[in-house]
Design a protein around this ligand. Structure first.
Ligand code: ARG
Length: 459
């Protein structure tokens, strides 16, 4: 293949060898090849329809592009750094293959609108894959929530035991976090699906192009309104990176909880051996590597968001070479989000819940203190006074190293004479969770109803 630069006309000296490698993007943007070819086929089809290319030229171009795609897929395409990027590699190979017609493909187009179109086509496809992976994880969480709808564990605030909750309810909290992430991805896809093609270098083109036709060919919702904005806009990339960052932040929080829960000190869950590794020195160790790595990967994705924001913040209109730097952060974000979602979804069904350990933990830490206060309120004590009474009962238990439910009725009545034997219905863990029986509450029946509603929402 000829390495002759497609823009060599006005140059009299060759490119410095290091500069050539420094400015090239082909090593990473070759990933856009299928979308570059898809965009070129639509462009050539439009040009022929408008009489700018002949039908013979169009057919030669499309045939040549498809042969190039087959060579790329087969790993037989020789990428050239001297040809800088995916666009010029493909165009040069096309001309090598079909001759003069190949040189006409770039009529009425620039790499500036071409690359912006390619990245949008690529991200549109990746967004679909990410949403499928996210849904798979959500379904796994719904199954787990249903399985553990009755499992009682301590709920925490400040990582101190607060009130009893059900494990299923906790899983449904994770589900809701991810549901908002899904919504953000759907929303982002709307702004991704706008076509830059036709903006050419920055000002549009003097050829009688039909942008609506090209947009329909490529299944874009519409052509971008303004040519300067079309070649320069990377909001869609930043928006995606922001949605991906929030998603990774959620996965990181979920990972953190799994890491804590699987420690010997908590012992709430066991992760399957296939998602853990051992230590090379400590024979007893089983480390929760997968959640730890996902927690760690959130950092690089946040970094990519910051990189993209900084990339754009001082750019004057329209295209600047800076924009070539959008690709690696985007590619890496997609790879890590997809990987993290896949492994998390694989891991969830294999989580073993230690119901006894969770229950024992919920019995410690006075998780039902609020229930006792609520009980007193129902018997006519104002809430602030009830709070005070229960506080004194808890202080007594701390001194005696026992739980509220361990106190006898007589003991309890020393704190408030309004307490009757029925108090024990409220001091039990089951009574406590069952009482929170409203939409969004932790009662097992509410968890089951929430799971059922969620299944409908995501179908
Ligand atoms: N490789 C370039 C990029 O990724 C393609 C566009 C180049 N345009 C230009 N005017 N140099 O942004």
């Amino acid at each position: 293949m000829s390495d002759k630069k497609l823009w060599a006309g006005r140059f009299s000296e060759p490119t410095d060898a290091f500069v050539e490698a420094f400015t090239a993007s082909v090593e990473f943007d070759q990933r856009l090849a299928p979308y570059d070819i898809q965009g070129s086929i639509a462009h050539a089809t439009m040009l022929a329809r408008q009489g700018i290319l002949s039908e013979t030229e169009r057919d030669a171009i499309i045939g040549g592009l498809l042969r190039i795609l087959a060579r790329i897929d087969a790993g037989e395409f020789a990428w050239s750094v001297a040809l800088e990027d995916v666009h010029m590699n493909i165009e040069s190979a096309l001309t090598d293959d079909i001759g003069i017609a190949g040189k006409k493909l770039h009529t009425g187009r620039s790499r500036n609108d071409q690359v912006a179109t390619d990245v949008r086509l690529w991200l549109r496809a990746e967004l679909i894959d990410i949403r499928i992976a996210l849904r798979r994880l959500q379904r796994a969480l719904l199954d787990l929530a249903e399985r553990e709808a009755d499992t009682i564990m301590p709920g925490f605030t400040h990582l101190q035991t607060a009130q009893p909750i059900t494990f299923g309810h906790h899983m449904m909290a994770w589900f809701e976090m991810l549901e908002r992430d899904h919504g953000r991805l759907v929303d982002c896809a709307v702004r991704v699906n706008v076509m830059p093609l036709g903006a050419a270098a920055l000002a549009g083109t003097s050829y009688p192009i039909d942008r609506d036709f090209a947009a329909r060919e490529l299944a874009f919702d519409r052509p971008a309104e303004n040519s300067l904005d079309a070649v320069s806009d990377r909001d869609f990339a930043i928006e995606f990176a922001a949605a991906a960052s929030i998603l990774m932040m959620h996965l990181s929080r979920m990972s953190e909880e799994l890491i804590i829960w699987s420690s010997a000190q908590f012992g709430f869950v066991t992760l399957s051996d296939s998602f853990c590794t051992g230590s090379s020195i400590m024979p007893q160790k089983k480390n929760p590597d997968v959640p730890e790595l996902i927690r760690g990967k959130s950092g690089r994705v946040f970094g990519h968001l910051m990189a993209l924001l900084t990339l754009m913040k001082s750019q004057p209109l329209a295209y600047n070479k800076d924009n070539q730097e959008d690709k690696e952060p985007l590619f890496d974000t997609v790879d890590n989000v997809k990987g993290s979602l896949k492994v998390f979804a694989d891991m969830v069904p294999a989580i073993t819940c230690h119901r006894d350990a969770m229950r024992a933990a919920a019995l410690k830490g006075f998780a039902t203190a609020t229930d006792l206060a609520d009980y007193l309120v129902r018997k006519g004590t104002p809430f602030r006074d009830a709070h005070e009474v229960v506080g004194r009962a808890v202080a007594h238990c701390v001194q005696q190293s026992c739980d509220l439910a361990d106190l006898s009725l007589q003991d309890l009545q020393r704190f408030s004479p309004t307490i009757d034997a029925d108090v024990f219905d409220f001091l039990t863990l089951e009574g406590s969770v069952a009482a929170r029986n409203h939409v969004g509450g932790t009662a097992p029946s509410q968890v089951r109803a929430a799971v059922a509603r969620a299944r409908e929402r995501i179908d």
